[in-house]
Design a protein around this ligand. Structure first.
Ligand SMILES: Nc1ncnc2c1ncn2[C@@H]1O[C@H](COP(=O)(O)OP(=O)(O)OP(=O)(O)O)[C@@H](O)[C@H]1O
Ligand SMILES: [Mg+2]
Length: 382
């Protein structure tokens, strides 16, 4: 028996992975554009948009780390400043963060924005560098008539030194920018990230599991299960969170590998999605098929084939002394469960078989819920 989480810190949202999976094209584009600009002695500004967990922050931080290592503008090296403008967003708090980056710690009261920027300029002049400012979660800030975006994107003109600006937000901020800033962030200065596909999520999980988890503590099907859960939103953050939480649960229970049931529990604890009320709307047929599924998955596995499930279901009807159902009824019931969001069907190429999964909650818990509802629980049998 061994531990599962060998390097837990690599699952932390703030961990910067050494390699970005499926974003090399985007990274290359940003790198090319930025080094081109810097070599001409001018800053570059870019806006990164994309949904939750689409890799906006990690992409910007990766670019910043690479430019700090290799980028130059004239004689000056690049120093990156990461500022998260979420919530406490105001031009003054951003200015304070900038000051901290040049080693000046001012109290957060008593100075006007222009005074703070004067101090920044003095600090920056003492040590000429090119500042790459990442303004993450900039949506709220930009919507409240910010001046800071204008000042940073026109740094040379307003006497602030040499600054490139990366703006990050889910949606395009162009409509909210003042006309002068708008010209710095035109359509060619925008990178929109698409949500990750299930396959891409699986590769991201693969790479991260290799860093974080003990080899042999997870089957590929476990990562596939997590990828399937996160796929509807293409959200890598959620995928990694589910994996970490499942690993914790397995380790906490003293097991040496992650089970499909741990993943379901992890998902449920992060986003509780199914409640008993959903079961209320189901036919008895729906309940028995779901129970057969829950019992199979409780034993083992992330998915089950429709043939296997049909056999298990037939056995269960026998146990309950109910009449068997036709193949058509069985399929109609599966589709009904799929529509209710309780199971996911993946129809095979022939169209006559499917892989069925249920990732909404621990299968053992679901089995108990249905058994109680059908009056066939362990209590009823006793
Ligand atoms: N292409 C990738 N390769 C490896 N890891 C990735 C990739 N994309 C995202 N991740 C990881 O997924 C998590 C979420 O990514 P990130 O924080 O960059 O998303 P985001 O778009 O900034 O989301 P949010 O809008 O919630 O801030 C991070 O742990 C990050 O390391
Ligand atoms: Mg982010």
């Amino acid at each position: 028996m061994g531990r599962i989480l060998l390097h837990e810190e690599t699952l932390d949202p703030n961990f910067l992975p050494p390699k970005l999976v499926h974003r090399s094209e985007e990274l290359q584009r940003l790198t090319r554009r930025s080094t081109e600009s810097l070599s001409r002695g001018v800053p570059f500004h870019v806006q990164i948009n994309g949904g939750i967990g689409s890799g906006k922050t990690v992409l910007a931080r990766r670019l910043a780390a690479d430019l700090e290592r290799h980028g130059r503008i004239g004689q000056a090296a690049v120093k990156s400043v990461y500022i998260n403008a979420w919530r406490r967003a105001s031009d003054r708090t951003v200015a304070l963060d900038l000051l901290r980056a040049v080693g000046v710690h001012l109290p957060d009261r008593g100075y006007s924005l222009s005074e703070m920027l004067d101090v920044f300029e003095q600090g920056a002049r003492r040590q000429p560098r090119h500042y790459l400012v990442i303004l993450d979660e900039a949506g709220a800030l930009v919507r409240q008539e910010t001046k800071i975006v204008y000042l940073l994107s026109r740094a040379a003109e307003v006497g602030l030194g040499s600054i490139s600006l990366i703006l990050i937000a889910p949606d395009d901020l162009l409509p909210y920018l003042d006309p002068a800033s708008r010209s710095s962030f035109g359509p060619t200065h925008r990178l929109a990230l698409t949500p990750y596909t299930r396959e891409q999520l699986q590769d991201i999980l693969d790479a991260r599991a290799e860093l974080a988890l003990r080899p042999g503590s997870y089957e590929p099907s476990i990562l596939g299960q997590v990828a399937r859960i996160a796929a509807p939103n293409g959200d890598a953050r959620f995928a990694l969170e589910v994996l970490g939480s499942a690993a914790h649960a397995a380790e906490g229970a003293g097991r040496d590998a992650i089970a499909a049931e741990d993943v379901r529990a992890a998902k449920g604890s992060i986003y509780p999605t199914v409640s008993e009320s959903l079961l209320e709307g189901l036919s008895t047929q729906g309940l028995t098929v779901l129970l057969a599924l829950a019992r199979s998955l409780r034993r083992k596995g992330a998915t089950i084939s429709s043939q296997k499930l049909r056999e298990t279901h037939a056995g269960l009807l026998e146990e309950f002394e109910e009449k068997p159902v036709s193949r058509t009824t069985f399929w109609r019931t599966l589709k009904e469960l799929d529509r209710a969001g309780l199971v996911a069907l993946e129809i095979g190429a022939s169209g006559t078989s499917a892989e069925i999964s249920m990732d909404e909650m621990p299968a053992s818990y679901l089995a108990t819920l249905i058994e109680e509802r059908l009056g066939h629980g362990p209590a009823a049998r006793r």
